[in-house]
Design a protein around this ligand. Structure first.
Ligand code: CAA
Length: 376
């Protein structure tokens, strides 16, 4: 494994870091109040960030997968909200079409997604099918040149804001997960009903919606691949998606560590900076070590993915470790700040609230352990 980033990758890191500082940081407070970062996404589209690993032929920037992971990592240091929007849009909102779509579907949707004109979303989870995604109940029935879809979805990131939804519904319930099919659904599809916008603990600028399909009519040509291939499409794209969420967790953890280290060097108690007191110094040492370990797992998984090597195991290990690290490091960061860390005056309470979801979405830590143990 090459542990050095290329010049191009370092340029991506610098560009995204500058963008996050100048364009996103001033908007964080508005996102905390619930505002969706539409204008930031438009600027990201102008910079080619909405289609980083997408081939130029389909309007993307055609950069390597590691550069894409660098972008999520860097964005999430400033805003985990923007990090997750980009990750969902690319990994599971755009890639299913790129990898499993017909040439016609790719031409129709991918350039608009890659340029940021369209935002993507992924509709797998249902009220009674979360971790057990293969048991979903949404039903798609062929009716002439359309499918009619009924059912409901929950926790849909980018819901309402997205223009294109990858929807999973069963075309043959008797076959269980082998009866699941995937469809490209446009925002204005008749019968697509947007429901409750969840009030979340963190990620306040990102939308998380319930959706219902009420005799939703989708042209038959919008079926992705073949009937019954949907579950595999979901799983295959989640492999890469999980590296993106791991990078989001890494960004949060790194930001929390840096804030805690800076504060510990300034805050004087008992006559010296708290960083020089062993209790805090050891804490910072553990935080930094875990952040570094998460980074190595993530960039190794990204490199495997870039080389086209199967990386489901490594992606799950990276997500499992990085999300735990984010939760632990943000908790410890608040401890380092003491009472100040519990106030909104410092960003560590936001990092703490944003971190927890990384252990839940795109497969809980328990699901990552299932994926890992099955492959050992
Ligand atoms: N790639 C390709 N195919 C795969 C695969 C992968 N990574 N993983 C499984 N499959 C295939 C299997 O090969 C199998 O097919 P065959 O029988 O033909 O071999 C089929 O899928 C079923 O596999 P399993 O028997 O392993 O399936 P399972 O029902 O036991 O479930 C699971 C496996 C890993 C638990 C899966 O249900 C899972 O990942 N659950 C978590 C769901 C999840 O991650 N949801 C995230 C929602 S999206 C989100 O959160 C986005 C957001 O907002 C941030």
């Amino acid at each position: 494994m090459n542990l050095r980033f290329t010049e191009e990758q370092e340029m991506m890191r610098k560009m995204v870091r500058d963008f996050a500082q100048t364009e996103i940081a001033p908007f964080v407070e508005k996102m905390e109040q619930g505002e969706f970062p539409r204008e930031i996404l438009r600027k990201m589209g102008d910079l080619g960030l909405m289609g980083i690993p997408i081939p130029e032929k389909y309007g993307g920037s055609e950069m390597d997968f590691t550069s894409y992971i660098i972008a999520i990592h860097e964005l999430s240091r400033v805003s985990a909200t923007v990090g997750v929007i980009l990750s969902v849009h690319t990994s599971v909102g755009t890639n299913p079409i790129l990898y499993f779509g017909t040439e016609e579907q790719k031409q129709k949707y991918v350039p608009k997604l890659a340029s940021g004109e369209y935002l993507g979303a992924f509709c797998l989870t249902e009220p009674s099918a979360g971790s057990d995604a293969g048991s979903l109940k949404s039903r798609a029935v062929k009716d002439g040149d359309h499918y009619v879809i009924n059912g409901s979805k929950v926790f849909i990131t980018n819901g309402r804001e997205a223009d294109v939804y990858i929807v999973f519904a069963s075309t043959n319930p008797e076959l269980g997960s082998k009866g699941v099919s995937a469809f490209i659904v446009e925002k204005d599809a008749p019968g697509l009903v947007f429901g409750k916008d969840e009030h979340k603990m963190g990620l306040h600028g990102s939308r998380t919606l319930q959706l219902t399909f009420e005799d939703m009519r989708v042209p038959a040509e919008n079926l992705l691949s073949n009937e019954g291939e949907g579950f595999k499409i979901a799983m295959a794209n989640l492999d890469a998606g999980r590296i993106g969420i791991a990078a989001q967790a890494l960004g949060i953890a790194e930001a929390a560590f840096e804030a805690a280290a800076d504060y510990a060097k300034e805050r004087v108690q008992f006559g010296k900076p708290i960083a020089a007191q062993q209790g805090i110094g050891f804490k910072l040492a553990d935080m930094a070590t875990n952040v570094e370990a998460a980074k190595l797992l993530i960039y190794r998984a990204a490199e495997l993915r870039q080389r086209g090597i199967k990386c489901g195991l490594e992606a799950s290990m990276a997500k499992l470790f990085a999300s735990r690290t984010a939760v632990e490091v943000t908790t410890e960061a608040i401890q380092v700040f003491g009472g100040y860390g519990y106030t909104e005056e410092y960003p560590v309470e936001r990092y703490f609230r944003d971190a927890k979801i990384t252990e839940i979405y795109e497969g809980t830590s328990e699901i990552q352990r299932i994926v890992i143990s099955k492959q050992l």
